[in-house]
Design a protein around this ligand. Sequence first.
Ligand SMILES: *[C@@H]1O[C@H](CO)[C@@H](O)[C@H](O)[C@H]1NC(C)=O
Ligand SMILES: *[C@@H]1O[C@H](CO)[C@@H](O)[C@H](O)[C@H]1NC(C)=O
Length: 521
Amino acid sequence: MRSPRRRTLVLAPKTLSMKNTARKNGRNPLFLFLFTLSLFFMFVYNEDIIKSIADYSLSSSSRTMSQELSQQELPTDKPRHEEHLRLPGIIDGLEDEEEEEGEEIGQVQQKIVETTSANDPAATKVPVKVDVPRVLRAPPTVAAAKMSHGDEKRRPEAMPQRLVLNVPESCDLFEGRWVYDDVSYPIYKERECGFLTEQVTCTRNGRRDDTYQKWRWQPRDCDLPRFDARVMLERLRGKRLMFVGDSLNRNQWESMVCLVQSVIPWGKKTLTKSGSFNVFRAEEYNATVEFYWAPFLVESNADDPKVHSIPDRIITNSIAKHGKHWKGVDYLIFNTYIWWMNTPKMKVLRGKGTLDRGSTDYTRIERTPAYRRVLKIWARWVQRNLNHKKTMVFFMSLSPNHMRPLDWDSPDGIKCAMETMPVMNISHPLEMGTDWRLFAVEESVIRSMKFPVSFIKITGLSEYRKDGHTSVHTLRQGKLLTPEQQADPATYADCIHWCLPGLPDTWNEFVYARIASRPWR
Ligand SMILES: *[C@@H]1O[C@H](CO)[C@@H](O)[C@H](O)[C@H]1NC(C)=O
Ligand SMILES: *[C@@H]1O[C@H](CO)[C@@H](O)[C@H](O)[C@H]1NC(C)=O
């Protein structure tokens, strides 16, 4: 079985060639009928409708069609306790990120506004001002323009309201394998999501291969359902979902925005960036998908979402100032990792002091105990301030980097820049420089909590995805890399963040599976 869209495409040329034969032979009526029929299919059932049919009917059959390139089971997320020293490659990559962050947001704002006016001269231009909450509207797409709220109401059977997925809580979603599947993936197209920032639009930024968008994660003991925006939005109706953490969580937030925005008509969705908050709003659902910048979760001197390129990084023992923005949120998704990899020791402010008063009386603590200390502060905050009947809490495990090609037997590689395929040789355990000690801390702190936290163990399965990083197809200091910089991946490749569509979409499918498998109250 092929997708309906492909069938239509095959039909057209065949009919056209028949047309010529028919004219010669003078057998017009039958031909004209077929030709009209094919035109009818091509124009009445436009690509978007066909696509949505394909999405529904193919999601179940895709499994058999996909080429299973990787047959063996991947190992589980087993924490490996090794000493991890400061890796020059990682530090280089991280410095790149930090420098870039400073101007990035302003640049991105500018870019979205430009895109809007370029695509649609009639679109409202939003003046770009600094330090004022800005509301950006995505450029209208053909699909959005055709879909009005009224249409949806007339097709109530198409609304999967109150649907419950049957992914068992007991199934270990993170043990499994990557399967090539170009039928069901990617879940959305890069050009169809007007909310993506230039940091992650790898194709637009010049990346030629797109195989990295077409891998499906297949858990060993159950299936991971394909993301369905309508099902997710029903779960979000009248609610707030918030990512809290560092730029990897922002990467995942961008993915979530793209995953849900496709079914929301143009004009009914907005994106606002203001201070530590990025808020995507789906008006008709009264729902938000938010990101809150707090790279260490606790207060630190890196909390300014724009200016956090600070050589002398200090974290504190306080979380309340951030935490007050998380109270009452319905779905909270936390992470913190990459900033911990800068130095083997962390500077931690003494006592209960905050940085407001200019206090700089700190002690140096080894990375692992410092991390444990911060996660315990976070865990205590969750238990004291959230109600598990209202709020579902997730914690994303470490997102791995791919800096050293020798880790995957590729002596000619340059960081992650040459990689177009996941790691396929799974005859030996991976060693990607991930600090698994921090993973072990996450697991033990979460296990010790009375509050039920869903630990989303992306680390091991993401280690295979050396192909998924933005590499040289990204920004540096708010600007696209120049051709000269792109030609020098050893210096400029970003092997920390991920292209979208891409791996973070799978991370969100885990979150989606857990949210949509809960019974409705
Ligand atoms: C919209 O959602 C918020 C929570 O995000 C809720 O407080 C508010 O009552 C909702 N409004 C309506 C009209 O449902
Ligand atoms: C897979 O890894 C093993 C162990 O490092 C190595 O001996 C083998 O040559 C690799 N196979 C391929 C196809 O690269």
